[in-house]
Design a protein around this ligand. Structure first.
Ligand SMILES: NC(=O)c1ccc[n+]([C@@H]2O[C@H](COP(=O)([O-])OP(=O)(O)OC[C@H]3O[C@@H](n4cnc5c(N)ncnc54)[C@H](O)[C@@H]3O)[C@@H](O)[C@H]2O)c1
Length: 336
């Protein structure tokens, strides 16, 4: 029997364009509505992709005829409110990270998602980067032995964003950068090493046009005794503009991977030879894989890799890090 054709709406057309391209590559899905408050971007995307319905009001896109699922790709502060609007109308949601920017937003979203009966998936696309997934798989299979330390860094040169001007949402209505950026790193670390019990973090600011702290170092203690470290440095001025690393150290060996290099370095002390093993992997578009997985969840064939419970754990750690930066103290993770 042919599968039901699904209609998608996309809210926000920055990274939302990557979601759009990803839906277009999934069989049986059509993007039928887009929303953006910027009429120029809206018109351009709607015309280029022949989208039948385009609006500056996100509610109209969600309520447009034939919309079954919605990608939320608007500024951070709007995610929870827009996701709740969709879930209350029975629309499946793929929500970009961070899914909420405060514990109270998160609690309300979590309650709504749990009661909705539809799919809620968080846009934690780094889990769909093959080398990160391979590292997690090696760790889960015990190839590294018991993990005692994991670390993940997000290093980016964002000096060029000055040209966006003070009215850009990230500067005009600033949100904690750890929550928006390092959410990926925290997610990867919890995926690999389990739940975090407490954190201690520092932050500073070097991007003078960015109103909030833009560099963070956070130490994590996992419930199982493993230690963790997250480094977020977006004030770096460098030629390699963007790197994301994931590393894990176990009593049998260690592994590391970088987001742009489709390979996993596996280094086990007792293996034969002098060099670590390099496992080559296929390069993949993580947004493409994430969207395909989301559609499979909507069709009941898969379960969200990062649903509301998993995403809430990640956000709870991020909130504790922000608290620690403010208090200067070790902060327990208060799971929402
Ligand atoms: N998972 C990833 O790898 C990834 C990468 C980039 C961005 N993001 C996330 O996606 C979100 C958007 O980031 P971006 O880089 O695309 O920003 P962006 O500024 O490039 O795009 C945001 C778009 O949303 C529009 N917008 C603002 N308010 C709106 C509203 N009320 N309704 C509809 N549209 C609205 C803006 O006009 C803009 O076009 C952020 O939350 C960010 O954290 C995730």
């Amino acid at each position: 029997m042919a599968e039901q054709e699904l209609g998608a709406a996309i809210l926000g057309l920055g990274i939302g364009r990557a979601h759009l391209r990803a839906y277009q590559a999934v069989e049986g899905v059509r993007v039928v509505a887009v929303a953006d408050i910027n009429p120029t971007a809206l018109k351009q995307v709607a015309e280029e992709h022949s989208i039948p319905f385009a609006t500056t009001d996100y509610r109209e896109a969600v309520d447009a005829p034939g919309v079954h699922l919605v990608s939320i790709c608007t500024p951070d502060r709007l995610h929870a409110e827009q996701a709740i609007y969709c879930l209350q109308r029975g629309k499946h949601v793929l929500c970009e990270k961070p899914i909420a920017i405060s514990p109270s937003q998160l609690a309300e979203l979590r309650r709504t998602a749990a009661a909705s009966g539809v799919v809620f998936a968080a846009g934690h696309n780094y889990r769909f980067v093959p080398q990160f997934a391979a590292l997690r798989e090696q760790a889960a299979q015990g190839v590294l032995g018991e993990l005692f330390l994991v670390e993940s860094s997000y290093i980016q040169d964002l000096w060029g964003m000055r040209s966006l001007g003070p009215d850009y949402w990230r500067f005009k209505d600033p949100q904690d950068l750890f929550i928006g950026g390092a959410v990926h790193n925290v997610d990867l670390l919890q995926w690999v090493a389990g739940e975090v019990a407490e954190v201690h973090a520092y932050a500073n600011r070097v991007l003078d046009f960015w109103p909030t702290e833009n560099n963070f170092t956070a130490n994590l203690r996992f419930r199982n005794g493993c230690l963790g470290h997250v480094l977020l440095a977006v004030g770096a001025k460098r030629k390699r503009k963007f790197e994301v690393w994931l590393k894990a150290y176990g009593v049998e060996g260690s592994a590391e991977a970088e987001m742009h290099e489709p390979k996993l370095m596996l280094d086990r002390g007792d293996d034969p030879g002098d060099s670590p093993r390099e496992i080559a992997l296929e390069k993949a578009d993580s947004h493409q894989r994430e969207v395909a997985h989301f559609v499979a969840c909507v069709r009941g064939k898969e379960r969200p890799l990062v649903g509301i419970d998993e995403a809430s754990k990640v956000m709870s750690v991020c909130f504790a890090v922000v608290r620690s930066v403010r208090s200067g103290k070790v902060e327990p993770v208060e799971y929402v």
